[in-house]
Design a protein. Structure first.
Length: 562
């Protein structure tokens, strides 16, 4: 049947045409079938309607009952009940602050890292990371912050936990940083509506290096508290719970495991040096989202082993990689922040070192057991007074082997100012010891200022080492030599060929080479003589000085010559 045979196209004229064409019988068959269908539908509908009006017997159906509550075998719920009352919701208000753009270091720069983590880092970059993903100040918390109708006050959310029944609360510094007003809501505080922000709180002390803050609310009765555990006992694979207020949803509990320990997440500089040595985190896949910042990470014993601080995300939400500050660090910082000075004091021996030297640098300048190559010695500091020098390799502290820079920092920073430590070191391969007095890190490095690049240098364009190393060198301008305190000369890198050996090891234009493989480079002639003796497969390490690096001092770049 063609389209024109469809009933919707039926008309008297069509009927006449079909009669003429001899297809009348077919047409009547179609019409008859449609009529029968309509009648059958009407009959069936009538029968259904009739049954709806009839009374149906359901006396044999049994009513459902709600069983008695059953406590399940896992302990998540009990831990949540135990810890939950001591977890608080933190709301902050602040006036708009003018944002500060921090200049990033150029690619391949070699920042010096003091033994206490001062310098060589960019706290602003990490702060932006926290603000964007954790409800930091300025309402940048991934939906946690907002403006009022006037566009003035800005609000942000975070979490915290009570550690003292008198109202002392631990949270992240970035949750309360630069806030004009801080409010805390307890688990049992009634919801008073949009205008009820909670109880006013004040800051007791903060430590930006670890992003830890202590705040306090007034109370007339003891408050519930958490129990701090020993984070050293947390093992990869252990179950943990994250508790907080993600997206403002207070007392949300998520579960996961410890997926890594001693994780550094600071945004690195161009050469991979971490911005802050004191932020070593527990990594977890427990769901952490904006607003969780400052909340506790709890183990299956119901003790707090960390404070949720940061996440790695590309979607403004949890992707299974969260970071918590270990409880052992929290306890140490907290005890100093509640002290009379309300600040953290860290020990220092007064040196700077390169945090992540290459393997070639370690083979040429380091020791087989690790250690720390001294890049520079702070004038007047404990190391300088004890006779330590640049290029010395620190291998022990009070007889304990020092593995690397992080190990040295962890050892020295917790020592009390004014005490002494016996430093074991290698100088030109020969062992020695020095008794170093521990100083205050903040005072030791307070006079170190950032230097700027000398743009007026005019090195020679041609150099015999260009083919082998890939650089041209020239004399060091007197102004730069004076600024860097160079006494034995050196050569200034004028250009670096793309793809060359120098380019691969990040030897930059504008740096001053003072030594190659322990041999002094006093001038261009000495430089060319040393380079001429290098062969493919040799480890080559340049001792350099860079006027752009805070505090100056030696840095080490190197690799294996192809």
């Amino acid at each position: 049947m063609t389209t024109s045979d469809s009933p919707k196209n039926f008309s008297p004229r069509n009927l006449v045409d079909k009669v003429r064409s001899g297809r009348l019988a077919t047409t009547f068959v179609v019409l008859g079938a449609l009529s029968i269908g309509v009648l059958a539908g009407s009959v069936l509908t009538g029968r259904v309607s009739g049954k709806e009006g009839q009374k149906i017997d359901s006396s044999d159906a049994r009513p459902l009952t709600i069983p008695n509550p059953v406590t399940l075998s896992n302990g998540f719920s009990q831990i949540a009940k135990q810890i939950g009352p001591a977890v608080v919701n933190i709301n902050t208000e602040s006036l708009p602050k003018q944002s500060v753009v921090t200049r990033r270091p150029r690619r391949g720069a070699q920042p010096q890292t003091p033994d206490e983590g001062q310098g060589g880092g960019n706290q602003g970059d990490m702060q932006d990371f926290f603000n964007r993903f954790f409800g930091g100040q300025g309402g940048q918390g991934g939906g946690d912050g907002d403006d009022d109708a006037s566009g003035g006050t800005r609000r942000a959310l975070g979490s915290g936990f009570i550690v003292d029944p008198r109202g002392y609360i631990i949270t992240n510094n970035h949750v309360v940083d630069k806030a004009d007003k801080i409010y805390v809501k307890l688990a049992d505080d009634p919801d008073g509506g949009p205008g009820d922000q909670g109880r006013p709180a004040r800051v007791i002390g903060v430590d930006k290096d670890t992003d830890i803050a202590v705040i306090k609310i007034e109370t007339n009765e003891p408050l519930p508290t958490v129990k701090l555990g020993n984070s050293d006992g947390a093992q990869v694979g252990d179950w943990v719970l994250a508790i907080g207020s993600p997206f403002g949803l207070s007392h949300t509990v998520s579960a996961g495991i410890v997926s890594a320990k001693n994780r550094s997440i600071d945004e690195p500089s161009a050469n991979g040096v971490a911005a802050n040595q004191f932020q070593k985190f527990i990594q977890t896949d427990a769901a952490i989202n904006p607003g969780n910042s400052g909340g506790p990470l709890v183990d299956m014993n119901g003790t707090v082993v960390g404070m949720n601080t940061a996440i790695y995300t590309q979607s403004m939400g949890s992707q299974g990689v969260g970071f918590a500050m270990p409880s052992n660090i929290i306890v140490s910082v907290y005890n100093m922040l509640i002290g009379p000075d309300h600040k953290v004091v860290r020990g220092s021996i007064g040196i700077q070192f390169q945090a992540a030297p290459s393997s070639a640098v370690n083979r040429v300048y380091g020791s087989k057991t690790g250690g720390v190559i001294v890049g520079s010695v702070v004038p007047g500091g404990g190391a300088a007074k004890a006779g330590l020098q640049p290029d010395d390799v620190i291998i022990s502290a009070d007889g304990r082997t020092i593995k690397d820079g992080d190990d040295l920092v962890a050892d020295i920073s917790v020592r009390r100012v004014g005490t002494s430590v016996k430093i074991g070191y290698l100088r030109a391969g020969k062992p020695g010891t020095a008794n170093v007095i521990i100083g205050d890190r903040s005072k030791t490095y307070s006079d170190l200022g950032a230097n700027t690049e000398d743009e007026n240098a005019s090195p020679a364009e041609a150099d015999a080492a260009q083919g082998k190393i890939g650089i041209t060198v020239g004399p060091v301008p007197s102004a730069m030599a004076s600024k860097l305190g160079l006494k034995n000369g050196g050569v200034l890198v004028g250009s670096v060929r793309t793809g060359s050996f120098a380019d691969e090891i990040n030897l930059l234009k504008g740096t001053v080479i003072t030594k190659i493989n322990h041999k002094p480079v006093n001038d261009e002639a000495a430089f060319r003589s040393i380079v001429a003796g290098l062969k493919p497969g040799d480890d080559v390490v340049f001792v350099i000085r860079d006027a752009r690096i805070q505090g100056g001092g030696n840095s080490y770049v190197g690799g294996t010559l192809p």
